[in-house]
Design a protein around this ligand. Structure first.
Ligand SMILES: [Cu+2]
Length: 325
């Protein structure tokens, strides 16, 4: 298993070297991609994307469709802190319910390693290395940085990210062995880069819109259109007076829940509890706010109160409320 895996990585590395050589114009010296091509090809798809500062994350497979041949493998490479799964259901089925980070069948690696019609799940793919905090997941969850699956049969194979649901979908089209490929890996990489850029621009637009809706008494909890996700409180710092209410507003999100968490980070069911309104003068307080809802907090004591989104603090989604007497 481990040996096969390393040989796939070697093949992937050879393809990368081939692309680099082509890019450098060394083809003229007689090194062509076919000179290093193997009998089976390993293809690369990116799982997600993010802007350099982590403020905008993209919930898309890049590219979303790929055309390969029977016997080839595809390696999905984590491309954001925000975790994603690559999940194939029997009969090209789709996820039946919301993501459950406590369900081992959703968050651990499961399957034969081949798209053979049975359930195949990558586990959580993230750029955060193992051992570091990448979100509120149970201790049995190990993050992965890539996932390779082989395709022994022809046909169209649809997969989803369990974290982001039916909105985040990809397809692997598998033709008979020996069929000419419609695109090269370099072309897929260019498509992926263009899509990632478009998502980042969408995110910037969403952020500007949310910022315009915000004020000292209204903090927008990010914004997303189901694909581009702004992982910031807008505004990240507000100043109010004792007795004032700040409304944390997740109405600009189509897909992403967020939390407002003062004090200790809750785990398990406490993390998922929506509280519509509360008073606060220090200590622990958390509300899980689904898309479309708000959380109103009335401040009773002066002070500077820091809070986080417990789901996305790793991406930098944190804020503070300064309460004056
Ligand atoms: Cu969040």
């Amino acid at each position: 298993m481990r040996t096969q895996r390393s040989s796939r990585i070697v093949i992937a590395f050879r393809s990368l070297v081939a692309c680099a050589l082509v890019a450098l114009g060394l083809v003229a010296f007689g090194v062509s991609p076919s000179a290093v091509a193997d009998t089976s090809h390993d293809w690369r798809v990116l799982a997600g994307s993010q802007s350099p500062d982590g403020s905008v994350t993209g919930a898309r497979f890049l590219p979303g469709e790929i055309w390969i041949d029977q016997g080839d493998t595809v390696t999905w490479v984590a491309n954001s802190v925000e975790p994603h799964t690559v999940t194939f259901f029997p009969g090209n089925g789709e996820p039946s319910g919301p993501f459950n980070p406590g369900d081992p069948s959703q968050v651990t690696r499961i399957g034969s390693g081949a798209a053979d019609g049975t359930y195949q799940n990558s586990g959580l793919l993230t750029t955060v290395p193992a051992g570091e905090d990448f979100g509120p997941f149970p201790p049995f969850v190990t993050p992965y940085q890539d996932y390779t699956l082989s395709f022994p049969d022809t046909g169209d194979f649809v997969y989803y990210c369990l974290v982001h649901g039916v909105m985040m979908k990809g397809t692997v089209h598998v033709a008979a062995a020996g069929t000419a490929y419609p695109f090269t890996q370099a072309q897929y990489d260019a498509q992926a880069a263009a899509q990632a850029r478009a998502i980042r621009l969408d995110g910037n637009r969403l952020r500007a819109h949310a910022l315009a809706e915000s004020g000292q008494h209204r903090v927008m909890m990010g914004a997303d259109d189901g694909t581009a996700m702004v992982m910031r409180f807008l505004r990240p710092s507000v100043t109010v007076h004792v007795g004032d209410t700040v409304v944390f507003d997740n109405s600009q999100s189509m897909g992403d829940p967020h939390t407002v968490t003062f004090g200790a980070e809750p785990m398990g069911p406490a993390l998922d509890t929506y509280v519509p309104a509360a008073t606060y003068g220090g200590g622990d307080l958390s509300s899980f706010v689904p898309p479309g809802l708000t959380f109103a907090v009335t401040f009773t004591q002066p002070g500077t109160y820091h809070y986080i989104c417990a789901l996305h603090d790793v991406q930098g989604m944190t804020g503070r409320v300064i309460v004056r007497p």
